[in-house]
Write a protein that binds this ligand. Structure first.
Ligand SMILES: [Zn+2]
Length: 424
């Protein structure tokens, strides 16, 4: 369980278990750790043709904490009841970590000798920005996870709307992260005489308020357009959802969960999330800090973000000192690739007539570290009809996370068949 501290996670236990399970003829297994007890396992099935494209199945082994008070079952007992496995990580993403391992095991047992290399990485620390996982591997052991293509989490659950054939969203792009910690200063004084004082807490509150009421403009990215066009919606709905001019007016008419998703996919979002300041009730605050979560659309730079903040915060922007800043641009992969076609073919076989619908993920996965290296990255997996897209995402980091055995079976089949077709 990864609570964000370096001492948590304990992913080595999973790395060890998976290593025991996966060792076999022709398989190379290596464990890497940036700090003790936080190992990532990398398994390679070397291809016979160095020029053939390689594929990385990228899974994380950590999960976020769970408060048992909100659960009907023990979040860490992995109970299997009526074809459903209950527990933290059931959809984020131990379902895929496990099904990828089972598929790889089957391939190894069948003496599958691919032309292109197959890599399976069960990595630490995805839930705390990948610092001890993929970010570290890319920095220090890049060769170990070198690949042309990667598949990781966040796709494959059916869209709960649209008529006709099942539509399976596949994540092909992720928004960027441009979060900021800013500090505002003031002058300490006795709080009994506040008139005309320079109070950092008051200024920080005003900064937060201005950010909260600021409206970033809508922007329709190519991937969003493809998503809307492929989602099986009516023509008027498609028109509204792909118009930067109309979309903002439509947002209040949508169901809250849908509106949140639509807004996030079409806007750079700004969410002040942490506010700290002052030292004592009777002292005018001389410092306060605001942390702002910012997610950018593809094509937006750090300079664009600063310009947007300056506009939103107005005259107080000059008093804001940036003390920490994340600068990770959005990443996008093409849908015109041989892997995309293979995933589409195999999915349509396993889920009759299913069609892929590409989408942009408003948050982040480990694929974001690889796309900038020229790797094509998708988020996928197959879910049964018991777990549609909205249900799927509502369980991420939520209570009563669960997955049905049928989804595990479908995903296992998917990985095995995709590997056989794509790497053959
Ligand atoms: Zn995850």
């Amino acid at each position: 369980m990864n609570d964000g501290t370096p001492e948590s996670g304990h992913e080595s236990r999973s790395a060890e278990l998976l290593e025991d399970y996966l060792h076999g003829p022709g398989v190379s297994l290596r464990r890497f750790a940036s700090v003790p007890d936080r190992e990532s396992l990398v398994v390679r099935l070397e291809g016979s043709d160095p020029k053939a494209p390689s594929l990385l199945l990228l899974a994380h082994t950590d999960v976020v904490p769970a408060n048992p008070d909100g659960w009907t079952r023990d979040p860490f007992a992995a109970e299997l009841v009526d074809g459903i496995v209950w527990g933290r990580g059931a959809v984020d993403m131990l379902n895929l970590t496990a099904s990828m391992a089972v598929a790889l095991k089957r391939l190894v047992m069948s003496e599958f000798r691919p032309r292109g290399t197959l890599v399976y990485a069960a990595v630490a620390d995805e839930e705390a920005a990948g610092v001890h996982g993929v970010e570290w591997l890319v920095e220090h052991e890049r060769e170990a996870i070198a690949t042309d293509y990667v598949i990781t989490e966040c796709g494959g659950a059916r869209l709960p709307f649209g008529r006709g054939a099942p539509r399976l969203p596949i994540m092909v792009a992720e928004k960027g992260g441009a979060g900021l910690h800013i500090r505002v200063g003031g002058s300490p004084a006795h709080a009994s005489m506040p008139f005309g004082s320079d109070n950092a807490v008051v200024k920080a509150a005003e900064v937060v308020h201005r950010l909260a009421i600021h409206r970033t403009p809508a922007r329709i990215h190519e991937v969003w357009r493809r998503f809307v066009d492929g989602a099986g919606l009516s023509w008027p709905t498609r028109r509204v959802l792909t118009s930067a001019r109309l979309i903002d007016r439509a947002l209040p008419t949508l169901a809250p969960g849908v509106a949140r998703f639509v807004h996030a996919c079409t806007h750079t979002t700004v969410a002040p999330t942490v506010l700290r300041g002052g030292v004592k009730i009777n002292v005018i605050a001389d410092t306060a800090e605001v942390q702002i979560d910012i997610r950018t659309l593809p094509g937006e730079s750090r300079e664009d973000v600063h310009r947007m903040l300056a506009k939103a915060i107005g005259d107080l922007w000059s008093e804001c000192e940036i003390v920490r800043e994340i600068d990770r641009p959005a990443t996008v992969s093409s849908v015109e690739t041989p892997l995309y076609d293979v995933i589409a073919e195999v999915s349509a076989k396993l889920v009759p007539q299913a069609r892929l619908v590409p989408y942009i993920f408003p948050a982040a996965t480990d694929a974001r570290f690889l796309r900038p290296l020229g790797v094509v990255g998708y988020g996928f997996g197959l879910m049964s009809e018991r777990i549609p897209f909205d249900r799927f995402f509502s369980m991420f980091h939520g209570n009563d996370e669960h997955v049905d055995v049928e989804s595990l079976r479908l995903s296992t089949e998917l990985w095995e068949q995709v590997a056989r077709r794509f790497l053959a």
